[in-house]
Design a protein around this ligand. Structure first.
Ligand code: RIB
Ligand code: CA
Length: 313
């Protein structure tokens, strides 16, 4: 059993973000010291509300939720209602949250936590555009060496992109923020489309979650059934890729994943390839190896872990 790990989840819920948050809150190995919302799948006013809805679904109104950046560093906002629905959490009907949104700005919370907690004890888990993380690094560069790990969902290497032929959504929305993060020097683990496209929400896997027969199981199944429809149509697969929970699963069972330590750089100049994560998988340059890039997953093991943990809520 991994030791207790303190994490900050930075997120743009989003059905897959919601499942990731549920997995984290169901896992005693993890202490969620805060959830910071960012604009992404839907605008910030919805992502922060959705984060609170999910905390309450998990029976955890004690978790502190903070609102962060409502737009990318430089580029215009891009959202994904076509995938996530107009609320960002279409699928189940979840009650309006009653737990409070914290007054403090998410970026200030991230900085304060990293400066206050013992160095090397806080893991950042970005599940959306990296705007909040980049703003924290720009505002207080001293946090970079204090971060234990940044384990993020983003990028697409051999799998290409899902927003353009070259770029994955989280990186595409704020490529400049991603560039700041990948150059920060903090230890980074990347869960790209190459991994998440192997974690498909097949009918059998959703049925296993629904058969839990719990409020959380029913809501999770409804979230996944709504979420997968767009990608099933696009890729012609049984189920859609379950992106963000791969980040949390890595913290719980890293052996489910395999990858390679590589250099990753982000395209911020060309409109054709804006937001592309360029990985030196074969080590053909002498650019610094700044990220552990995951490429494979034990998908059955991942869904068994997810289903077992959801059963606890
Ligand atoms: O490209 C997939 C990523 O974009 C996921 O994090 C999804 O929630 C969206 O944010
Ligand atoms: Ca997300």
């Amino acid at each position: 059993m991994p030791t207790n790990r303190k994490i900050i989840i930075d997120t743009d819920p989003g059905q897959d973000d919601a499942i990731a948050i549920l997995l984290a809150l169901a896992s005693p190995e993890l202490e969620v010291v805060g959830i910071t919302a960012v604009a992404g799948n839907v605008p910030l006013r919805l992502t922060e509300k959705n984060a609170r809805k999910i905390c309450e679904l998990a029976g955890r109104p004690d978790v502190r939720v903070f609102a962060g950046a409502e737009r990318p560093l430089l580029r215009r906002s891009v959202t994904a209602e076509h995938v996530h629905g107009k609320t960002g959490l279409d699928g189940p009907v979840l009650p309006e949250p009653t737990m409070p949104l914290q007054e403090q700005h998410a970026v200030d919370f991230i900085i304060e936590t990293l400066m206050k907690e013992e160095s090397g004890t806080i893991t950042l888990c970005p599940l959306g555009p990296l705007t909040n993380i980049a703003l924290a690094l720009i505002r207080e560069p001293r946090i970079a060496p204090r971060i234990k790990e940044i384990v993020l969902m983003g990028g697409g290497f051999f799998e290409g992109g899902n927003m353009t032929p070259a770029a994955e959504f989280n990186i595409y929305v704020d490529p400049h923020a991603a560039d700041v993060v990948f150059r920060s020097g903090a230890p980074i683990v990347v869960m790209p489309l190459d991994v998440t496209h192997k974690a498909l929400t097949t009918a059998a896997r959703i049925e296993a979650i629904r058969s839990l027969g719990t409020r959380v199981g029913d809501a999770a199944a409804a979230l996944l059934e709504f979420f997968e429809r767009f990608d099933e149509e696009k890729y012609g697969t049984d189920g859609g890729p379950l992106h963000d929970p791969c980040v949390i699963a890595y913290l719980l069972r890293p052996e489910l994943f395999t990858g390679r330590h590589c250099n990753v750089e982000v395209e911020i100049s060309s409109e054709l390839t804006m937001g592309m994560t360029v990985v030196d998988w074969w080590g053909v340059t002498d650019r610094p190896k700044n990220a552990m890039v995951m490429r494979d997953i034990d998908a059955d093991g991942f869904f068994t872990l997810l289903t077992d943990r959801l059963a606890r809520l």
